[in-house]
Write a protein that binds this ligand. Structure first.
Ligand SMILES: [Ca+2]
Ligand SMILES: [Ca+2]
Length: 251
């Protein structure tokens, strides 16, 4: 599976360089060349990589991303991460936070969302999903900030966590917000933001991705975020895919 992931990243890398050479030609290779060189992950070791964010939960039954039997505009929100490296990484102490309202240069207030990972080793290619959880726990075995998660077969054997958010209004803002991944020392790693710039991360991250508007998740494809339904692979057409990352869906 991991080799497949690197093959996919490699293809995207090739497509990117072709597009640079021939600006007007949409470069989409029809099939993966078997000799595609492994591309360096865009996130440096030993950091995990954000692969998907559901900040605008679809309406109706389709929105039940956490499979607990109910659609919740906030409880079904999630952030998905994976280990894109060839070696295991540990998640203990990494944090996910949302944006804060900034006035001038000074930060006002605290993030509404803050999740700190407990001890967990992620092997190469393994995936973690962190749900908002304000509407009760997601299906299957679920960890939280104090309890390690087990593999969860409801989510393609990813490790699933709940933030156990209190109150149904504590969530990502659909209109404009962000999710910031910081390392155990509090140093920003990467940030995905969307909408108006009404909320910003506590600290600027070395990599910030501007995600599009999307009812349904935004998912990493190569080195950008696209509406999940527009993904080019097997997962395209779906509103979201917690636990599945590109080729990982085939394992
Ligand atoms: Ca739900
Ligand atoms: Ca996914």
């Amino acid at each position: 599976m991991n080799r497949l992931w690197f093959a996919v990243v490699g293809v995207v890398g090739v497509a990117g360089s072709v597009a640079t050479a021939q600006e007007s030609t949409p470069a989409k290779p029809e099939s993966a060349p078997s000799t595609a060189p492994p591309a360096a992950p865009s996130v440096e070791f030993p950091h995990p990589m954000i692969t998907e964010v559901l900040y605008a939960v679809p309406s109706g039954d389709e929105g039940d991303a956490d499979q607990n039997g109910r659609r919740s505009a906030t409880g079904d929100e999630f952030v998905e991460l994976m280990n894109p490296h060839a070696k295991p990484i540990t998640l203990k102490g990494y944090t996910l936070t949302d944006g804060v309202v900034k006035k001038g240069a000074k930060s006002k207030g605290e993030p509404q969302i803050r999740f700190v990972f407990p001890e967990l080793t992620l092997k190469p290619g393994e995936v973690v999903v962190v749900f908002n959880g304000s509407d009760g726990p997601p299906a299957g075995p679920v960890g939280d900030t104090k309890t390690p998660a087990a593999r969860n077969e409801k989510f393609n054997n990813a490790y699933v966590f709940t933030m156990k958010v209190k109150g149904s209004f504590t969530a990502f803002s659909n209109e404009g917000d962000c999710v910031l991944l910081s390392d155990p020392a509090g140093k920003p790693v990467e940030c995905v933001r969307w909408g108006e710039e009404s909320q910003s991360p506590e600290k600027a991250a070395p990599r910030t991705y501007d995600a599009p508007e999307s009812r349904g998740s935004v998912h990493r494809e190569g080195d950008e975020f696209v509406p999940h339904k527009n993904l080019s692979g097997d997962l395209g057409g779906l509103p979201f895919s917690p636990g599945k990352v590109e080729a990982a869906g085939k394992r």
